[in-house]
Ligand binder design. Structure first.
Ligand code: F6R
Length: 586
C-alpha cells in the first residue's frame, strides 16, 4: 500500500530516493517524505501530494547525506496530513522510520509509551515504531538488541526501515514486502524492485521474520531470534524497470494499447507450469479459484470456461471472504490464486488458509518474484510487463489468456485457439477509439451506469463496472441480464446509462430483450456488440472475432470508455483517488 525505501551508499541519497519513490508511487500516493543522515544528524522533509508535486514545492531531493529513507503513503491510520506523512522521527529526533503495513496493537503500545513520557505528533500506528526503537536503543545502545526487542512487542503485518543518527540503517519484514538491492558500492531497501532496478538487478528477498542491519559497505541478515540466516541473491528481470509512458499521456492508456502484444505473451515463458496445472486440475478433488477485484472477475470467468470447455467444476472465492468460511476448503484440493501484484494481503491470506487444508497452490502472477509466487507450488506468469496504472487493464486480459491456455491443456488441445488472429482483432479495437471518445463526453455528468451481461458476459460486465468506478468515480454496477426484472429495473429512468454487453452468442436475444425493457423506461443504451441494433443509442461495434476468445476482447472498449470519461471528468486515470495498486494490508 505504502512504499518504503532506504539507501546506503556512495552517492547523494535524496535524489536516488526521490527517483525510487516516483517509480513506486503506484503503491500509494497521498503524501511523501524523505529523511537523510548527514554529520550524525537526521534531516527530514515531507508533504501532502504526489512525489513530483511535493518535491517541486519543498525539494525533498536537496536533503544532504549519503544515507536516507523515503516513503509514499496510502492512509490507513489517520487522515492525509503532513504530520501523518512518513518518515516519523522518534521523540529525540535521533531515529526516523518509514513503515508499510499495520501495527495491530499500536493503541496499547502508544498508551504504554505515553505513560513513560513519550509524546506523539501523528495519528498513525507507525510512529510507535520510532519511539519503541528509541526506548530500546537508549537502554541497550545496541541496534540488534533494539530491533529484537521492538519486533517482539509489535503485532501485525509490517515492513519498516529505520535510520539511526549514527547512519546505521535497519529494516525488518513481517508479511509485507521488503527487498534488498545489492549494488557495487551501495545498498537499497525497498518495497519493490522498482525502487532500485535502475541501479542494480541483484536482489535479496527477505523472508518473514527477518531483519537486516546495514553499515559501512556490509550487511547482516538475522531472524527475529537474533540468528544469522542464509540468503540467496536473485537476478531481477530488467524488463520490470521499464516504466516509462513513452508518447502516451498516461500509463493506463499505454497499458490498454499494449494489449494486442500482451495477449500473445501471456503464459509464454511458463508453458511447463501451465501443463503441470492442467494435470493437477485433472486429478484434483476440488478446484478453488481465488483473487480480489479484477483478479476475482478473472476467477469468475475461469469457472465458466473450465465448465464449458473441459466439463470441470471450479469454485471462485473472493479472497477476503475466505477467512469467514474456511470450512469451504476441502482437504487435498487445489487453489488457484490469481494476482497481478502477487502481494495482495487478502490473496496471500486465502492461500494460507488453503495450505492449512493441504491444498496445492497454483499462482497466476505478473511478478514472478512476488510473495504469492514464492508461496506457490506452481507459478504461471502473466508476462505482461509492469502495470503501473492503478486500475488493472492489460493484466486482466493476460490472466484470461492464461486461463484459456489452461483450458486448451485440459482438453488436450481439442479447443483450438488462434491467439495471433485474436491479437489482430484486439489491434482493430485499439486502433479506433474515436466513437468511444464521443460517448465518453456524454458520460461526464451521469451519476449511475449499469452494465448488463449474461453467461460469461456477466463477469465481463462486473469488470467493466469496476473500471468505470475506479477511473471515473461514477457509480457503476454489473448486473446479470436476467436479474433486471428482479429488482434493478426499478432504477431505470432517463438519468441512467446502461451498457449492454451483447455478443452474437447464445445470450444475444435475451439480452436484447432486456435492452428493450430498459429503453422503454427512458434509460440510454450503449451496446457493445458485433451486431447493430436500433435499440442502442450508441453502438460500440465489435469486430467479428472467434467465439472462444471473444469475451476477452469485450473489456477493451470499456477500458477505453472509462479512460476517456476520466479525462472528461478531470480525474487522474493512473492514480484514482483513495486507491493503491498493491493492496498489502487487509
Ligand atoms: C481493479 C484493480 C484491483 C485489483 C485488486 C487485486 O482495477 O486494480 O481491484 O485487481 O486489488 O490486485 P492483484 O491482482 O494485484 O492481487
Amino acid at each position: 500500500m505504502c512504499s518504503i525505501i532506504g539507501y546506503y551508499g556512495k552517492d547523494s541519497a535524496a535524489p536516488i530516493i526521490v527517483k525510487g519513490l516516483k517509480r513506486m508511487e503506484y503503491r500509494g500516493y497521498d503524501s511523501v517524505g524523505v529523511a537523510t543522515e548527514s554529520n550524525n544528524k537526521i534531516e527530514l522533509k515531507k508533504g501532502i501530494g504526489k512525489v513530483n508535486e511535493v518535491n517541486s514545492k519543498i525539494q525533498l531531493d536537496s536533503l544532504p547525506g549519503k544515507i536516507g529513507i523515503g516513503h509514499t503513503r496510502w492512509a490507513t491510520h489517520g487522515k492525509v496530513t503532513e504530520f501523518n506523512a512518513h518518515p516519523h522521527p522518534s521523540n529525540s529526533g535521533k531515529i526516523a522510520i518509514v513503515h508499510n503495513g499495520i501495527i495491530e496493537n499500536f493503541e496499547e503500545l502508544k498508551k504504554q509509551l505515553e505513560d513513560e513520557g513519550y509524546n506523539f505528533k501523528s495519528e498513525t500506528d507507525s510512529e510507535i515504531i520510532a519511539n519503541l526503537l528509541q526506548k530500546h536503543y537508549e537502554k541497550t545502545k545496541n541496534v540488534k538488541e533494539t530491533i529484537l526487542k521492538t519486533v517482539s512487542e509489535i503485532k501485525g503485518h509490517y515492513a519498516f526501515v529505520a535510520m539511526f543518527e549514527n547512519g546505521q540503517l535497519v529494516a525488518a519484514k513481517f508479511h509485507e514486502p521488503l527487498i534488498i538491492g545489492v549494488g557495487k558500492d551501495d545498498f537499497f531497501l525497498s518495497s519493490d524492485v522498482l525502487g532500485f532496478i535502475e541501479f542494480t538487478d541483484d536482489a535479496i528477498y527477505l523472508e518473514n521474520g527477518n531483519f537486516v542491519i546495514l553499515e559501512k559497505n556490509k550487511f547482516q541478515i538475522l531472524d527475529f531470534q537474533g540468528e544469522h540466516v542464509k540468503y540467496g541473491i536473485t537476478k531481477v528481470s530488467k524488463e520490470f524497470g521499464d516504466v516509462y509512458k513513452g508518447d502516451y499521456a498516461h500509463f493506463t492508456l499505454k497499458e490498454i494499447h499494449e494489449q494486442y502484444e500482451t495477449v500473445l505473451k501471456a503464459g509464454e515463458k511458463t508453458q511447463e507450469a501451465i501443463e503441470k496445472t492442467a494435470n493437477y486440475i485433472k486429478h484434483a478433488k476440488n478446484i478453488y479459484i481465488t483473487g480480489s477485484g479484477t483478479s476475482y472477475n478473472s476467477a469468475l470467468i475461469a469457472k465458466q470456461i473450465f465448465s464449458k470447455y473441459a466439463k470441470i467444476k471450479a469454485e471462485p472465492i473472493i479472497s477476503s471472504e475466505l477467512q469467514f468460511s474456511p470450512n469451504s476448503i476441502e482437504e487435498n484440493s487445489i487453489i488457484i490464486a490469481i494476482s497481478q501484484s502477487g502481494e495482495s494481503a487478502d490473496v496471500l491470506d486465502a492461500v494460507r488458509i488453503g495450505k492449512e487444508s493441504n491444498c496445492k497452490v497454483i499462482a497466476i502472477v505478473n511478478l514472478m518474484t512476488s510473495s504469492l509466487a514464492r508461496e506457490a507450488d506452481v507459478v504461471i506468469g502473466m508476462n505482461c510487463g509492469p502495470e503501473i496504472g492503478v486500475a488493472a487493464t492489460k493484466s486482466f486480459t493476460s490472466q484470461l489468456v492464461v486461463l484459456y491456455k489452461i483450458v486448451q491443456k485440459l482438453t488436450d488441445n481439442k479447443v483450438t485457439i488462434n491467439f495471433e488472429k485474436f491479437s489482430e482483432s484486439v489491434l482493430k479495437i485499439l486502433e479506433n477509439p474515436t466513437k468511444i471518445k464521443k460517448i465518453a463526453k456524454v458520460l461526464k455528468d451521469i451519476s449511475d451506469i449499469y452494465v448488463l451481461g449474461r453467461g460469461i458476459n456477466y463477469p465481463i460486465a462486473m469488470e467493466a463496472a469496476l473500471k468505470l468506478k475506479e477511473l471515473t468515480y461514477i457509480h457503476a454496477e454489473g448486473i446479470p441480464g436476467g436479474e433486471l426484472k428482479h429488482g434493478p429495473l426499478a432504477l431505470m429512468d432517463s438519468n441512467v446509462f446502461v451498457i449492454i454487453i451483447n455478443p452474437n452468442d447464445s445470450t444475444y436475444s435475451d439480452t436484447l430483450t432486456s435492452a428493450r425493457e430498459i429503453k422503454a423506461r427512458g434509460a440510454k443504451i450503449i451496446g457493445v456488440s458485433d451486431i447493430e441494433s436500433d435499440v442502442y443509442d450508441y453502438w460500440i461495434e465489435m469486430p467479428k472475432i472467434d467465439q472462444v476468445l471473444y469475451p476477452i476482447s469485450e473489456i477493451i472498449p470499456i477500458q477505453f470508455l472509462s479512460y476517456y470519461a476520466a479525462l472528461e471528468k478531470n480525474t487522474d486515470p493512473d492514480y484514482p483517488r483513495n486507491l493503491a495498486k498493491s493492496v498489502t494490508v487487509k
